[in-house]
Design a protein around this ligand. Structure first.
Ligand SMILES: Nc1ncnc2c1ncn2[C@@H]1O[C@H](COP(=O)(O)OP(=O)(O)O)[C@@H](O)[C@H]1O
Ligand SMILES: [Mg+2]
Length: 365
């Protein structure tokens, strides 16, 4: 059975949607993560999915990737006009869906090449040789302009390099719909720019991309359309010519932008609770700052991705990491590692840093 998923374009032309998610609902114990969500995505579009943390974006994408299989959610998925049931990520992959999850998900003990082609080590019934695997990986990485040595062990890569491995893995299956869940959060500007170039190239080949980001500049740069979610529901759609920051942020937070910072009867304390010295932040060396009690971290100059890797590419080894034990001092206690900071709820994911990403060497202050 096929379903008419076309939409009338302003020119009067009827354009098909490559993907429709209809009336999707998903319940976790005690949480209604998605409530009757409907999403239309047009073929060849770069479609941004926006919303505050907890809005339901990743859950929706995990349904589309078969992570939450058919039967564990309500609603239907229609791909290229055909209703589909997905039972696993492998199933989704076979149907042309590529997913780069928010959580870093790599096989540490294997090489870059093995990680990219994981699950595809057999060719016409024969195990591919390592030589073939590395040659294929090398050629593919060159094609997508990702500068990584296929022989390197993934355990020696820093967070952005691991993210690049996951992106390459999703692209290697040549998906018709590519999902990127906060993939640029750990990337440098150059790496993100390269990713955008690739997305535009894929777009010219008819590939549809769904990307989740907290960076509105990326939405303005790339998106043909944006959908905003809040509290498990879709609250707004914007076509490219309607994109504007005030409306997007108002939709995300559910109130007018003038009320973004509601008046509160609070005072900012003077007692220092966090000191950061000589930390490498987004490849800027030597950042130093401190926060007073109740000060909003968002206004601190280091409201930015903090990388626990070295500032120079390729030096991801532990020996080269900044000495956090002397650099970050939280509330009088000494934080020895990034994990300690996570334990102190500094990088608990609440400000856009996924838990796993913080464990893998990123945190957001
Ligand atoms: N595996 C899970 N178990 C229980 N609750 C979950 C799970 N995954 C997500 N949630 C909850 O569902 C809601 C939506 O989460 P999520 O889809 O991760 O949002 P977003 O990606 O927009 O930040 C949140 O309230 C989150 O806490
Ligand atoms: Mg998410």
């Amino acid at each position: 059975m096929t379903v008419d998923t076309r939409e009338r374009h302003p020119t009067g032309e009827m354009l098909p949607h490559v993907l429709e998610m209809r009336r999707i609902s998903k319940q976790f114990p005690g949480v209604r993560a998605l409530d009757n969500v409907t999403l239309h995505v047009r073929r060849g579009h770069i479609h941004a999915l926006l919303g505050e943390n907890g809005a339901g974006k990743s859950t929706l994408m995990k349904i589309l990737d078969g992570v939450y299989p058919a039967g564990t959610f309500g609603g239907e998925i229609i791909l290229a006009g055909i209703p589909i049931e997905l039972h696993s990520p492998h199933d989704a992959q076979r149907k042309g869906i590529g997913y780069v999850p928010q959580e870093i998900n790599v096989l540490q003990g294997l090489t870059v090449a093995e990680n990219i082609f994981v699950g595809h080590w057999v060719d016409r019934g024969f195990l591919v040789t390592f030589r073939d695997l590395f040659a294929r990986a090398s050629q593919f990485l060159k094609q997508i302009n990702i500068d990584l040595d296929p022989h390197r062990l993934v355990s020696s890569l820093n967070a952005s390099e691991r993210q690049l491995v996951m992106i390459a893995r999703a692209m290697s299956t040549r998906p018709s719909v590519l999902i990127l869940d906060e993939s640029t959060a750990c990337l440098t500007q150059d790496e993100a720019d390269n990713l955008f170039r690739i997305l535009r190239l894929l777009q010219q080949q008819g590939v549809t991309s769904l990307f989740i980001t907290h960076k509105l500049s990326e939405v303005f740069e790339l998106a043909d359309r944006a959908t905003v979610m809040r509290d498990g529901a879709v609250v707004a759609h914007f076509d490219r010519n309607q994109l504007n920051e005030n409306d997007i942020v108002s939709a995300m937070i559910g109130r007018k932008i003038e009320n973004f910072y509601p008046s509160r009867d609070s005072t900012v304390g003077h007692e220092e609770v966090l000191r950061v010295e000589n930390l490498t932040v987004c490849r800027i060396d030597g950042l130093t700052n401190s926060l007073a009690a109740k000060a909003c971290p968002a206004v601190a100059p280091f409201h930015c991705l903090v990388r626990a890797g070295r500032s120079t590419r390729g030096d991801g080894g532990a020996a080269n990491r900044p000495r956090l034990e002397r650099d970050i001092d939280l509330d009088g206690r000494v934080a020895a590692t990034v994990e300690d900071l996570a334990g102190m709820n500094i990088c608990d994911g609440g400000h856009g840093a996924p838990d796993a990403a913080s464990r893998q060497g990123c945190l957001i202050l």
